[in-house]
Design a binder for this molecule. Structure first.
Ligand SMILES: [Zn+2]
Length: 316
């Protein structure tokens, strides 16, 4: 392999920010590493995505404890990816909430995904031995669930497919704050190895229709004005749409995946190459786009073995 597999060469620790977005909302972000959202209600705290391991989640808990002593009762999984969900046990939550589609994906491919992701991102699974196993939801919803944390309304919404089949966002209607999970990234490359490219733009339309004043993306800084929110959504939409139309066009003309990969990386690098994890994501993203454009409506399961075979084929 000419290029280190996935994020194995990425070993530099990032600087964490813990941003106050309102009386009820905070964002734990880390220069493009996976984010965690925090909602503080009258009687309880809700966490959106957990960090990759319980030991890493302890840093989130430490920061929550600097602003509130209310119990952390709820964890919401924006989707099933290991790097977001395997720290859940650290919060000792009363309930872990996920969409039915996310639950189904954990059943179908959670174990394969855990092994694959741990090998892709060694730095992001610090103290991986503290992970007790897969994270299982205790509440599974379809389409929409409303929680009241005292007087604070929290809407947990599945607005459509995009980054995965089960994508879930958390919306605070009073403050107009949205936690988008990986449906929106900011100055970070969208990972699309498990994506539905043809659905993603319409799902972004549904997010934008909420007219968020602030948005916490899956990766990247929290977006704190409507203009920044618009830029985050537009940037994600442009990347996903340009990548998929380039792959579709090349596949329709009968080119093979290796040729398409080189062409599409060359086409997108000038605009997106400076976003974090660009080189990590592109082989997975182009492979999935090619699958979707040709013969696989649903993403195929990534295993640690399939990851490496694909990487060798495209990066050799
Ligand atoms: Zn993800």
């Amino acid at each position: 392999m000419s290029k280190a597999f996935a994020s194995r060469a990425d070993l530099t620790e990032k600087v964490v920010s813990f941003d106050r977005l309102s009386d009820n909302a905070y964002a734990y972000t880390a220069q493009g590493d996976p984010n965690t959202g925090i909602v503080i209600g009258d009687d309880a705290v809700l966490v959106v995505d957990t960090q990759a391991t319980p030991v890493m989640a302890e840093d989130v808990i430490r920061r929550i404890r600097q602003v509130t002593d209310k119990p952390i009762k709820y964890v919401v999984l924006s989707h099933y990816h290991a790097v977001r969900v395997l720290g859940a046990s650290a919060y000792e939550p009363q309930e872990i909430i996920a969409s039915r589609d996310t639950y189904d994906l954990i059943v179908e491919r959670g174990a394969a995904d855990m092994k694959s992701e741990i090998e892709r991102f060694p730095r992001l699974f610090r103290a991986v031995e503290s992970v007790p196993g897969l994270t299982w939801p205790t509440i599974v919803f379809e389409k929409q669930l409303t929680l009241w944390l005292g007087k604070l309304e929290v809407q947990i919404l599945q607005l459509g497919r995009g980054h995965t089949k089960g994508d879930t966002v958390v919306w605070l209607p009073k403050d107009r704050i949205l936690f988008s999970g990986d449906l929106v990234e900011f100055e970070a490359t969208p990972y699309a190895g498990d994506a539905y490219f043809s659905h993603w733009p319409a799902t972004l339309d549904a997010l934008a229709a909420l007219r968020p004043a602030k948005l916490v993306p899956g990766r990247g800084a929290s977006l704190q004005t409507p203009q920044q929110v618009e830029a985050g959504i537009a940037g994600t939409r442009a990347f996903v749409s340009e990548l998929y139309s380039a792959v579709k066009r090349a596949a329709a003309s009968g080119k093979d995946l290796n040729t398409i990969y080189k062409e599409v990386v060359g086409e997108l690098r000038p605009r997106y190459g400076q976003w974090v994890i660009f080189d990590h994501c592109m082989p997975f993203d182009v492979t999935r786009a090619y699958d979707e454009a040709t013969q696989y409506a649903d993403p195929r399961i990534w295993t640690a073995e399939r990851d490496k075979e694909m990487w060798k084929q495209l990066e050799a």
